[in-house]
Write a protein that binds this ligand. Structure first.
Ligand code: SAM
Length: 248
């Protein structure tokens, strides 16, 4: 399992140790069940990155011995690598999703043919569509001043899209989810290195698709009682991720 990475305040560091109570203590000790000897990565608001080892856990505090520190590489300071895994929507909504998603910092788009997608793509159309979609993200990246261009990929169905995912945090925005909200699965103190978010088409997800995604480690989350349009969902999730872990 990759070493967990926490966002901390520099004032927690003193004499070669970092000491935490509150949210970080709760997340490390109660949620992740971490204990003495466990390795952690930390990054603070001054752009420093630390590698450490938990040295002591008491009822309310956890101490981490700092093993090394160095200026944080860019990846610490910006949002995780975000992939929007979008079921093909109708008409020109794909253009809007790619354009707005690029402006909002998505790193990749993985479009797929949802069971309930009205729009269909025949095999001989794939290359033309991919070329056009990647042109849209290139144009949007140029317009918003990004130095990188999000890559757009295509999978024929949810199964292929789910099978190919290896991101640290995997979410499926499911309109049928009644218990788990985004807040339940996103921790402010722990930043994943990569995130993938699956979003259904206008007709939503088929239960078989939800099952396949969840079997591949995607956590179903609700965005609340209101049903968002498919193009709104990707805008909303990107804004939230960048608010919590990015530059917003
Ligand atoms: N046909 C579905 C229905 O009537 O319940 C609505 C699908 S919605 C238009 C398109 C996609 O946006 C959903 O499959 C889901 O991925 C996402 N979405 C929209 N509203 C959501 C919500 N409140 N919670 C979680 N996901 C949502």
């Amino acid at each position: 399992m990759s070493v967990r990475r926490f966002m901390i305040k520099s004032r927690a560091i003193q004499d070669g140790y970092a000491s935490f109570d509150g949210d970080i203590y709760k997340h490390m000790v109660r949620v992740l069940r971490m204990g003495p000897g466990d390795a952690v990565q930390m990054a603070d608001e001054e752009g420093m990155a630390y590698f450490g080892t938990i040295s002591q856990v008491s009822k309310e505090r956890v101490a981490v011995k700092i093993d090394s520190c160095s200026p944080a590489v860019q990846s610490y300071l910006t949002a995780p690598c975000i992939t929007i895994c979008q079921a093909l929507p109708k008409g020109d909504k794909t253009d809007l999703i790619l354009q707005k998603g690029t402006e909002l910092g998505a790193h990749n788009f993985l479009l797929f043919g949802g069971r309930r997608s009205v729009a269909k793509i025949r095999d001989n159309q794939e290359d033309i569509k991919l070329e056009r979609w990647n042109r849209i993200t290139a144009e949007a990246a140029r317009q918003c001043g990004r130095s990188d261009i999000p890559k757009v990929g295509w999978r024929s169905g949810a199964e292929e899209a789910a099978n190919d995912s290896n991101q640290e945090l995997r979410l499926i925005l499911w309109e049928g989810e009644r218990n788990q909200s985004l807040k339940d699965v996103i921790s402010v103190v722990e930043k994943p290195s990569s995130v993938i978010v699956a979003i259904g088409p206008e007709g939503g997800f088929d239960p078989l698709e939800v099952r396949h995604f969840t079997q591949h480690g995607f956590q179903p989350v609700s965005l609340g009682a209101r049903i968002l349009r498919t193009e709104t969902a990707s805008i909303a999730i990107l804004a939230v991720i960048h608010y919590i872990w990015g530059e917003m």
